[in-house]
Design a protein around this ligand. Structure first.
Ligand SMILES: Nc1nc2c(c(=O)[nH]1)N[C@H]1C(S)=C(S)[C@@H](COP(=O)(O)OP(=O)(O)OC[C@H]3O[C@@H](n4cnc5c(=O)[nH]c(N)nc54)[C@H](O)[C@@H]3O)O[C@H]1N2
Ligand SMILES: Nc1nc2c(c(=O)[nH]1)N[C@H]1C(S)=C(S)[C@@H](COP(=O)(O)OP(=O)(O)OC[C@H]3O[C@@H](n4cnc5c(=O)[nH]c(N)nc54)[C@H](O)[C@@H]3O)O[C@H]1N2
Ligand code: SF4
Ligand SMILES: [Mo]
Length: 724
């Protein structure tokens, strides 16, 4: 504490807004935040932050953030007490389920769930109590293909290979823009410096993207790729790498190499060149560089996940890392060893292992994954009558109206529900349809430990922060709301009993902290761990407000595999079978993208965070970011100039948006950011509404999916464009 110590307090915590886990240093005087800076002493982020960190203050102080439960009435929204709100929510969910069956109630969990330890620990229990097959989340508009590949190949959906950025010599990145997103499924604060460091040690960074992104600009090489064709490029790489596979140590516990070789035979670089637009000789050179680099990483993210062959892409990426000997090797991709280990820890704490296709969605027959159905099916499951129709919905930290394909259809579908409850701090595009909104406190009013992102981090670290502010009297945390609803539902269903009351009281006393303590002590650095000077526990972490460094990622195979017999499955049947679909979609001789069709892709900006931080004035200053990027040749052909308003039409919808003419996007591709389109009746977001923009997902198509797993295929939606 400084000189004016009497009032100024310094608080250290992890920023929870994106996956990068930056340490922040917050100064508070007289109960108000006076500064937010990077925490120089955080061993992982070393002082790095992005402009969003400062928004922690704005979110905390936002007068439009809801602070009391609200009920929608004929005369508008009225504040109600927590008891009334929780009782009513439980009663109506229970009533729907007892009258129309369990599946009549659906749930949707949004992205901030994974940034919130209380939610991660308590929501699954509420979901288990509801026991509906209509469970949805942002997973199926995001990383489902990654999880599926991990589940089928390594035996657990969260055994995700993580790029060892700090030691690699070659990074081949597809469909990721970490300079804007700050990295995803690759928690790496200050990713820019880490990419520069690869170059400084003589390594190379190659980016494959239909847009010359911020990341592409600092890379050694950028390749334009036609949206949705990465699987062909990856297959061609694999084809070449298999001329001299180097599984080395991995060979003794890997199955399926011959099947993969068989499948890769037809996918020559020449075959890939037409559809991808990447010349065969370039693919050959990339394969050579990749194979010859001392260590190398193939990494693909949202752009290679949310596409029609997203599953195949994530599978191929893993296969490439295996056959080049880069899986489980320093400088390649490795599995993490988090202090709170939801993969290898005690069963009671372990997250779901997965499971695929055990049941199908009622209307379209889309497959279940890890207990969830693809959210692209949510609207039709609400709108289609019959046994099992959804009549009630619980949303938690999600804004599916703006974030899921054909959001416009869902927007309408939500108006037809008998009951909807949203656990969310804002009255936004989705929650405006709820009958009840149960708001949660600001992130600074709760403790934080990153249960999810330590699992995905490029270095093992651990960091805990207590709440900076006490929540206002009567406020209720996410985990408490989940627990209260769960308990009420159980009592409504089975009546109250001593055992049930005891369980509820015990969990309430324990809270997230109690579970965290158990998990840390039982984890790999906890009491059980051998050879450590000091074991990790919550109290130990409290003594290290800047976090604890647990070292770089280490090889852990085959022990850490969760497959039967601890073997890597290189050729799981679902992927093998799906190869035919790829082959048929791009027959030999497919031509490059012509100027006649336009394919729509998305993008992220550093100062956006999906759909929900546009109410922060500081982040919305300057030029509007919600523009349609278009290549100069395409613009010319359509008679469009910079700033002109264009009408963009897809199979499902139409929007009007200003054009940004730039050769940053490839010919035939247009790009629009997602998360905009706030100007809708009843939305209570003054700043966001002023900077409304249009919603990309009013154009994306609920029928355009990865047929293998039902993940949304946002990349490459065909659109028509005219001048307004
Ligand atoms: N076309 C297209 N669509 C996309 C994407 C894309 O690239 N292109 N990206 C997709 C991806 S990767 C994702 S993850 C999804 C995100 O999709 P969603 O998760 O559905 O949407 P968000 O915009 O993250 O909205 C988060 C909601 O949580 C609320 N919230 C914030 N913090 C908390 C909290 O602590 N507790 C609670 N209870 N609520 C909170 C916010 O008010 C907001 O309503 O969007 C997807 N949609
Ligand atoms: N500032 C900011 N940071 C965020 C978020 C945010 O909204 N804003 N969201 C967070 C979330 S939820 C996530 S999941 C992560 C996502 O993190 P990233 O995966 O890094 O996300 P994007 O920046 O959308 O990068 C996707 C890239 O894929 C490209 N692309 C589109 N289609 C294709 C294709 O068919 N092939 C290839 N090769 N590329 C394609 C796009 O042009 C884009 O550059 O970011 C997180 N961080
Ligand atoms: S990069 Fe992510 S974690 Fe770091 S300050 Fe920005 S929003 Fe927060
Ligand atoms: Mo995401």
């Amino acid at each position: 504490m400084g000189a004016s110590a009497a009032e100024t307090q310094t608080h250290f915590r992890t920023c929870n807004l994106c996956e990068a886990m930056c340490g922040v240093r917050i100064e508070v005087a007289d109960g108000r935040i006076t500064s937010i800076r990077g925490d120089e002493q955080d061993p992982f982020s070393r002082g790095h932050i992005c402009p969003k960190a400062v928004a922690l203050k704005d979110l905390h102080e936002d007068p439009e953030r809801l602070r009391q439960p609200m009920r929608r009435t004929a005369n508008g929204w009225e504040p109600i007490s927590w008891k009334e709100a929780l009782d009513e929510a439980a009663r109506r969910l229970h009533q729907l389920q007892s009258e129309r069956g369990k599946d009549a109630v659906a749930t949707y969990l949004g992205n901030p769930t994974v940034h919130n330890p209380g939610a991660l620990l308590f929501m699954p229990q509420l979901l288990r109590t509801l026991r509906t097959r209509n469970m949805y989340s942002a997973t199926s508009v995001d990383q489902l293909p990654h999880l599926l590949a991990s589940h089928l190949m390594f035996g657990h959906q969260l055994l995700v290979p993580i790029p060892d950025l700090d030691r690699t010599h070659y990074l081949l990145a597809l469909g990721a823009n970490p300079l804007a997103s700050n990295g995803s499924m690759m928690t790496a604060p200050d990713v820019r410096a880490r990419l520069r460091a690869i170059q400084q040690r003589g390594g190379r960074v190659v980016v494959v993207d239909p847009r010359r992104t911020e990341t592409a600009r600092i890379a050694d090489e950028h390749l334009f790729v036609r949206p949705g064709t990465d699987a062909l490029f990856l297959f061609a790489l694999l084809h070449l790498l298999l001329e001299r596979p180097r599984l080395e140590r991995l060979a003794s516990f890997t199955d399926g190499l011959e099947t993969v070789r068989e499948l890769a035979r037809e996918f020559t670089p020449e075959r890939a060149a037409g559809p991808t637009g990447i010349p065969a000789e370039v693919i050959r050179r990339i394969a050579r560089e990749f194979a010859e680099a001392p260590t190398a990483i193939c990494y693909g993210r949202v752009g290679t996940s949310t596409q029609a062959f997203g599953g195949l892409c994530q599978w191929l990426i893993n296969v490439i890392n295996v056959v080049s000997g880069n899986l489980d090797r320093e400088g390649g991709v490795l599995f993490t060893r988090p202090a709170f280990d939801i993969v290898g820890g005690p069963r009671a704490l372990a997250s779901g292992r997965g499971g695929f296709g055990r049941w199908k969605s009622r209307v379209r027959g889309l497959p279940e994954f890890a207990g969830e159905l693809p959210v692209a099916a949510l609207a039709e499951e609400i709108l289609t009558e019959g046994q099992g129709q959804i009549r009630g919905l619980l949303t938690f930290a999600g804004n599916p109206v703006l974030s899921t394909p054909n959001g416009g259809q869902l927007d309408k579908a939500l108006t037809s529900l008998d009951f909807m409850v949203s656990i969310d701090p804002y009255l936004n595009e989705t929650t405006r349809h709820a009958h009840l909104i149960l708001p949660t406190p600001s992130p600074l009013e709760r403790s934080h430990y990153d249960i999810a992102f330590h699992v995905l981090a490029i270095r093992n670290t651990a960091r805990y922060a207590p709440p900076l502010f006490e929540p206002p009297a009567g406020a209720m945390h996410d985990w408490r709301i989940a627990l209260e609803l769960q308990h009420r539902l159980e009592v409504l269903r089975h009546g109250s009993s001593v055992r049930r009351t005891f369980k509820y009281q015990a969990l309430k006393r324990m809270g997230p902290e109690g579970i965290l303590e158990v998990g840390l002590r039982a984890g790999p650095y906890g009491l059980r761990a051998k050879g450590l000077r000091k074991s990790l526990s919550l109290s130990a972490l409290k003594q290290h407000p800047h976090g604890v460094d647990l070292g770089p990622l280490k090889p852990s195979l085959p022990q850490r595999l969760a497959t039967q017999g601890k073997r890597i499955q290189l050729a799981p049947a679902p992927f093998v079978q799906d190869v035919t679909r790829l082959s048929e979609a791009f027959p030999e001789g497919t031509a490059p993208l012509s100027g006649n069709e336009l394919l729509l892709i998305g993008r992220r900006h550093l100062r956006d965070n999906n759909s929900w931080m546009h109410n922060v004035p500081m982040l919305m200053s300057g030029k509007s970011r919600c523009t349609l990027m278009m290549h100069p040749e395409d613009a010319k052909a359509l008679g469009l100039a910079e700033g002109d308003e264009a009408r963009v039409t897809s199979r499902v919808g139409e929007v009007s948006v200003p054009v940004n003419v730039t050769d940053e996007v490839m010919r035939g591709v247009v790009s629009l950011p997602h998360g905009y389109g706030h100007r809708r009746e009843g939305v209570r977001l003054g700043v966001a509404t002023k900077h409304s923009g249009v919603s990309l997902n009013d154009l994306t198509d609920d029928q355009h999916l990865d047929a293998l797993c039902g993940n949304a295929a946002f990349s490459g939606v065909p659109v028509r464009i005219t001048r307004v």
